[in-house]
Design a binder for this molecule. Structure first.
Ligand code: NAD
Length: 265
């Protein structure tokens, strides 16, 4: 287990960001944090950028459960960033006055073709890569629930419920609920094809499986958060909620619902 004060900064190596990160590194050293060059040695991983950088920081460092992730924004405060790079005094004051706390975000685990598994913090999407509709058999456990025909499906975590899922009218879900939300992207609904037509939530005791019907549209795109999987011939996705939680640092007076209000109301 790395030293509890080992800190790694995750950011895109641009000149602008390098200049902004330098004062952060100095500040960290002043408060006895040890800045490390390899995330494997870190017990705290700070992403600099926006929500997209935070998602990348978690993915590229392996969804570690034994470290704390901190989101530091360089633009608008997002959903995963409680701190702003231009407001370092406030950040230090909150850390020193115990104005921060740790929260744990549920993830989802996606297994492709009974072979490789991936974690997601926002969502997994499966979409047609061509103009033809994508057909999938949707199973909840062993039960064939529906046959989907349309552009694709989004399976989101609670924290991902305010991202892509919300754009297709998914519900906003409290991250204290360990569940996954399944939302449709442009389903075909007529006298031949029928789907539920509304998003639905599955508990952490359920497993969802999506079987791509091999009818000529057999190469869907699979997105895990902000990355596309390079697996081309996905026949089956099995999705469940693992015990894995991502620990992040939050300001005490900045709950998920404060963020929802700030962003959408
Ligand atoms: P991006 O540059 O396409 O930005 C997407 C926007 O979504 C950014 O403003 C980002 O701050 C915001 N966002 C990301 N996660 C969020 C969350 N959990 N809650 C609320 N807003 C969130 O890509 P990016 O910044 O790398 O983010 C990737 C995410 O973008 C994906 O995980 C997906 O959720 C989302 N996305 C949305 C759509 C859509 O709404 N039509 C389409 C593709 C991807």
């Amino acid at each position: 287990m790395p030293n509890r004060r080992n800190l790694f900064f995750f950011y895109k190596e641009t000149e602008e960001l390098r200049e902004k990160v330098e004062p952060l590194k100095e500040l960290a050293s002043k408060y006895d944090f040890h800045v490390v060059d390899d995330p494997k040695d870190a017990s705290i991983i700070a992403s600099i950028g926006g929500d997209g950088s935070f998602l990348q920081a978690v993915r590229k460092t392996g969804f570690r459960e034994d470290c704390l992730y901190v989101g530091i924004s360089t633009g608008e405060l997002g959903f995963y960033c409680d701190f702003h790079i231009d407001n370092l005094p406030e950040m230090v004051e909150n850390i020193l006055s115990e104005g921060i706390e740790v929260r744990r975000y549920p993830t989802i685990e996606v297994n492709v073709n009974d072979e490789s598994s991936f974690f997601c913090l926002n969502e997994c999407t499966i979409r047609s890569s061509i103009i033809k509709t994508l057909v999938m058999n949707v199973h909840v456990e062993d039960f064939h629930f529906e046959t989907f025909r349309g552009d694709g499906l989004i399976v989101s975590t609670p924290t991902g419920s305010t991202a892509y899922s919300k754009s297709v009218s998914g519900a906003v879900v409290d991250p204290k609920l360990a569940c996954m939300q399944v939302s449709e992207i442009a389903s075909l609904n007529n006298n031949h094809y029928r789907t539920l037509g509304s998003p639905f939530l599955l508990s952490d005791e359920r497993t969802l499986s999506l079987e791509v019907v091999q009818d000529g549209n057999d190469y869907p795109i699979i997105g895990i958060d902000n990355e596309a999987l390079s697996i081309q011939h996905a026949k089956k996705l099995t999705i469940r909620i693992p015990d894995k939680r991502i620990k992040t640092v939050k300001l005490k007076d900045n709950s998920f619902w404060h963020k929802v209000q700030r962003s959408f109301l």
